[in-house]
Each structure stands twice: as C-alpha cells, then as structure tokens.
Design a protein around this ligand. Structure first.
Ligand SMILES: *Cc1c(COP(=O)(O)O)cnc(C)c1O
Length: 231
C-alpha cells in the first residue's frame, strides 16, 4: 500500500459522506410531510470553502451551490462551470446595488432581492447582460435591523412592485429566521406569503433547521456547515 492510500479518507470522502447524510435527512423529512423526495432542492452553501471542496461535492453528484459574496463566487465558479456545465449557482447574501451587474453575470439565481433600488439595478443589468437569473425576494421575517431582506410590513408592496414596476418576475421567497428563535413561525409566515402571491419557490432552512423548513413547505434548503464543515 502506498503512503497516500494510508492517509485518512480526507476531504472528498468526508464531503461525500456528509452529502449522503443530508440527502437522507431531506428524504425522511419529505416522507414525513407526504411530499415527493424530489420536492426539495439542496443548495450546498460553499462560502469560505475552497474550489476543491466544491469539486468534491460535484464528484458526489451535487450540482447546485450557494455563495453569499459575488466576488468570491466570481473567483471560484467560472472554472468549475467549464468542467461542469450543469452546475447552478445561487447568490444568497445581501447584495450591494453596485454588485448587481456582477451578480446577474455569475448567478443562475439571486435569492436576495430586497429593495426597489436593487430591483431597478438588477432589471437594468439583465438588459445589458442578456441574462435573466431566477430571482427570489428575501424577507426579513424577524424585522431585524442588521439583516438584509424586505421588512414584513413592506413585503406585499415590494413583491408587487418587482412585477409591475421593474418587470421582474420573482419565482419565490427566501428568509433567514433570527438566530436562537424557533424558526417554525418564520417558515410558516413565509409559506403563507408565497401562497398569497402565487409564488412557487420557498428557500428556507439551513444546517440547523432544514428538516423543520421542509415540514413547512421549503422547496430549497441552503445547507453549508453540515456538508462542508465549520467555517
Ligand atoms: C451561510 C448561509 C447558509 C448556510 O448556513 P449553515 O448554517 O452553514 O448551513 C444559508 N443561507 C445563507 C443566506 C447563508 O449566508
């Protein structure tokens, strides 16, 4: 046996095992909720982890990834995309208006649409780039001052304005419940808001609460730590 074979399983095997476990938890949560196993898309959140970690996940069959910073995404993903044309990248972090064009260029889905100026910038960037990534409206369900997302009281008007004033057609909603609170009321609120507006996509649930989110109707869960380890 060569030295390399003696070395502990390492990154690739750990990520493959973590992915298998997360997929199992998703399947169980879907079964408990009487939802088909393919009702939920796993978005593997690779922020702060190197491209090699993403490659390990790709090798284990994962195709959808999430990054919260546009600049980091631009550094990591163009090369990965060349080798994996089916890869899909979601931008999940708060987005500065001056990064809208870069986000439109790099992303297949922008989950953090949360204010009129950003809607205008994204609409303009889509025109210039000839690219229309999917869009989700981020709702600040806990109305936390430091957090991105449209405030609860403004969510209805903003969702309508995206369609009517900016010509954007958001596919759904995203939220990050306040840390340390029961996430369930936040997930239920988001699901009701999406239903009210006829929106099909619900991006909610992270490493600590994705099974709960699936019980509440999540169609996308954003899982980082449980796949790639601590940041
Ligand atoms: C980092 C991040 C996640 C993943 O969080 P984990 O707890 O590591 O699973 C999900 N959503 C957003 C918006 C994030 O920034």
């Amino acid at each position: 046996m060569s030295d390399t074979e003696i070395i502990a399983p390492g990154l690739d095997a750990a990520i493959a095992a973590n992915l298998a476990r997360v997929r199992g938890t998703i399947a169980e949560a879907c079964a408990r909720a009487n939802r088909p196993a393919d009702a939920v898309t796993l978005v593997a959140v690779s922020k702060t982890h190197p491209a090699e970690a993403v490659r390990a996940a790709l090798a284990a069959g994962q195709a959808v990834f999430g990054e919260n910073r546009v600049q980091e995404a631009e550094g990591k993903f163009p090369a990965l995309r060349q080798d994996h044309p089916g890869l899909r990248l979601h931008i999940i972090g708060g987005l500065q208006t001056n990064k809208a064009r870069d986000a439109v260029r790099v992303a297949d889905c922008i989950e953090s649409l949360d204010r009129p100026r950003l809607a205008a910038a994204i609409a303009e960037a889509m025109g210039k780039e000839g690219r229309r990534p999917d869009l989700l409206v981020q709702v600040n369900t806990g109305d936390e001052p430091q957090k991105a997302g449209v405030a609860r009281a403004e969510a209805d008007d903003f969702i309508r304005a995206c369609r009517d004033e900016y010509g954007l057609a958001p596919k759904g909603l995203m939220c990050i419940p306040p840390a340390g609170e029961d996430p369930r009321p936040h997930f239920e609120y988001l699901a009701a808001l999406a239903a009210k507006h006829g929106l099909a996509v619900l991006s909610m649930g992270m490493s600590g609460d994705y099974a709960t989110a699936i019980a509440c109707g999540a169609t996308h869960v954003r899982v980082g730590t449980a796949i790639f380890g601590a940041r």
